[in-house]
Design a protein around this ligand. Sequence first.
Ligand SMILES: Nc1nc2c(ncn2[C@@H]2O[C@H](COP(=O)(O)OP(=O)(O)OP(=O)(O)O)[C@@H](O)[C@H]2O)c(=O)[nH]1
Ligand SMILES: C[S@@+](CC[C@H](N)C(=O)[O-])C[C@H]1O[C@@H](n2cnc3c(N)ncnc32)[C@H](O)[C@@H]1O
Ligand code: SF4
Ligand code: SF4
Length: 321
Amino acid sequence: MLIDSYDRVVDYLRISVTERCNFRCQYCMPEKPFSWVPKENLLTFEELFLFVKVAIDEGIRKIRITGGEPLLREDLDKFIKMIFDYAPDIDLAMTTNAYLLKSTAQKLRDAGLKRLNVSIDTLKPEVAFAIAGKDVLKNVLDGVNEALAVGLKVKVNMVPMKNMNAQEIVDVLEYSKKRGMTIRFIEYMENKFASKEISGLKSDELLSMLREHYEFVDEGYDGASPSRYYKMSDGYRFGIIEPYGDDFCKQCNRIRLTAEGQLIPCLYFDEALSIAKSIKEGDIVAASEVLRDVVKNKPEKNRWGGEDGEVSTRAFYETGG
Ligand SMILES: Nc1nc2c(ncn2[C@@H]2O[C@H](COP(=O)(O)OP(=O)(O)OP(=O)(O)O)[C@@H](O)[C@H]2O)c(=O)[nH]1
Ligand SMILES: C[S@@+](CC[C@H](N)C(=O)[O-])C[C@H]1O[C@@H](n2cnc3c(N)ncnc32)[C@H](O)[C@@H]1O
Ligand code: SF4
Ligand code: SF4
């Protein structure tokens, strides 16, 4: 079991399989980055799998594939199958923009993927264009329908922004509810890569807008998730994620791996250790030492809430959110 120095069990590994993306979301990657990680620096799926086996053997029980856009990476279903065959019981999930999901959902499900978190910020084609930089909505909604049809469990992530999609929070909630998908509203998190024009809706603003339509009670955090959940009178639950908060850090169970093998102990801190060399040399003893070091060095919590108004220096598309 992996236990950090604050006695938290670390059993959740988020793997960003690529930082590339087919969208240019205003809050994440409005411009094509100046440079991508060169392809030769990316860990291959065989190399990533070698690390995944080490991580599972050490106690990881939940793996989320993310990016950039993970579906851009060729043969992703084969990577998922490798993980599933090695440990069928682990919680195997992915976060995606759904654009390529219509043609891939069945393959992913057959490979062993269990859950999907899909980003849906709007149900209006022109707003989707304004956010993602291209005409994406039809593909996204078709992708979600297909994922549900093949039996994947789906959650929706929405980042509400003023003068953009904030007026749609009820519509996107209703869309999700009708399809049995939990929606989580994510507070926009400032970062140095995002468009400077964005003004995100804060959780208190969101809650008062939702109160005009619904009655609900605060159910608090659910396990180690950074989402706070609210239960409506008909039993439907929605979540709000305040990434700048730190209440949920007490339960933090996660580390992150980037596509080039940087193992990140905490989203806030710049520190990371690379597993690339040990994995490329097939040295699993060294890789598990790096893993244990990263876990041991997990900080207690982020410091975004401080008075100096710090913003994230990490790119979401690099860490996978
Ligand atoms: N501050 C902070 N925010 C996080 C962390 N993990 C996730 N988030 C936020 O939550 C958002 C949604 O994360 P997802 O990729 O859907 O994953 P998840 O919330 O772990 O998903 P579940 O396993 O379904 O609970 C991210 O984009 C971040 O904004 C974290 O460790 N710290
Ligand atoms: C970086 S994306 C990677 C996976 C996939 N491309 C997608 O969009 O779902 C993961 C999550 O990060 C969220 N995200 C990206 N930039 C953000 C920001 N500045 N503030 C809050 N959430 C953000 C997205 O909405 C998405 O739900
Ligand atoms: S949020 Fe996801 S879909 Fe949007 S640009 Fe970032 S990685 Fe791509
Ligand atoms: S901010 Fe750091 S400590 Fe807090 S939940 Fe995220 S990764 Fe864990």
